[in-house]
Design a protein around this ligand. Structure first.
Ligand code: BEZ
Ligand code: FE
Length: 285
């Protein structure tokens, strides 16, 4: 390690050991970055201005730093180091900026009430919430949110009431859940801030593959925030937020007829997605 890094690290001596370690490592890796990249002073200050502008974009409803973290794969990296568990657990995946409180709904309810309902492909989503040993979990709560067929969440779209395409559902005695919705489309991450400018400057597209978001909680189990991605989406291999994992890609089945079971009276798509939660006291040994 060079003298300067050692000198800076020697000054780190606060009461919180974990914080001392994190700041020490940050110093080490930032200095290594400067040594390797050799930024000019102009470039360095442009970088600092970029961070100032990123901070200025933030409001109680928008956090541009989280977006940068998502777009640089850092949110997924933090997710990966924090969520170890049995091989068959449902993997977690980034939360993104569009979660908000959802209305409680009954199993089987429609969650689409906006103009999208008349034009988009109807879809039934069903499955079970299970322990990793296959035991169904009754009373698990699924908080779900999704964009519409134009890629817009309720909070971005005056044509949707707040709470549209959102729900809080509770699994039945067999751990089963189901709801009726519409097929979401792929959409761009917000591009009107520094995050969007960075993507453009480095020649990246802003698109996310079509998905639904789930946050699943059950007593005695670790809360799980994840996505359900739709197979066949052209952006699955280049998600702007690096959140795609093989195990959470679902294959929608096209049903040309209506279904009594799912209370759908015409062509629709069906997705089956089981969620396997990890017990709170799980450990690798
Ligand atoms: C989203 O899926 O809502 C999202 C995730 C990461 C960045 C931007 C949007
Ligand atoms: Fe999303």
């Amino acid at each position: 390690m060079n003298d300067l890094v050692t000198q800076v690290q020697a000054t780190i001596d606060g009461p919180d050991e974990r914080l001392n370690t994190i700041v020490g490592l940050l110093v080490k890796h930032l200095h290594a970055f400067v040594e390797e990249a050799e930024p000019t002073e102009r470039e360095w200050f442009a970088g600092l201005d970029f961070l100032v502008e990123t901070g200025q974009m933030c409001t109680p409803h928008r956090n541009e730093f989280i977006l940068l973290s998502d777009m640089l794969g850092l949110t997924t990296a933090v997710d990966d180091v924090n969520h170890h568990g049995p091989a068959n657990m449902t993997p977690s995946s980034v939360e993104g900026p569009f979660h908000s409180p959802a209305p409680t709904r009954e199993l089987g309810d429609w969650i689409s009430f906006g103009p999208e309902r008349a034009r988009a492909t109807p879809m039934v989503v069903h499955g079970k919430v299970l322990d990793c040993d296959g035991t169904p979990l009754a009373g698990a709560v699924i908080d779900l949110w999704q964009a519409n067929d134009s890629g817009l969440y309720d909070s971005q779209d005056p044509a949707q009431d707040l709470g549209n395409l959102r729900a809080l559902l509770t699994t039945d005695a067999d751990g089963h859940y189901w709801f009726r919705t519409i097929r979401p489309s792929s959409y761009p991450v917000p591009t009107d801030g520094t995050g969007g400018r960075l993507l453009k400057a480095v020649g990246r597209h802003p698109m996310r593959p079509a998905h639904l978001h789930l946050r699943v909680t059950a007593d005695g189990y670790r809360p799980l925030t994840t996505h359900v991605f739709l197979a066949g989406d052209p952006y699955l291999t280049s998600d702007a937020a690096f959140a795609v994992k093989e195990e959470i890609i679902c294959h929608p089945v096209r049903r040309p007829e209506g279904s009594d079971r799912w209370r759908l009276d015409g062509p629709h798509e069906e997705i089956e997605f089981d969620v396997r939660l990890v017990p709170e006291d799980w450990s690798a040994e």
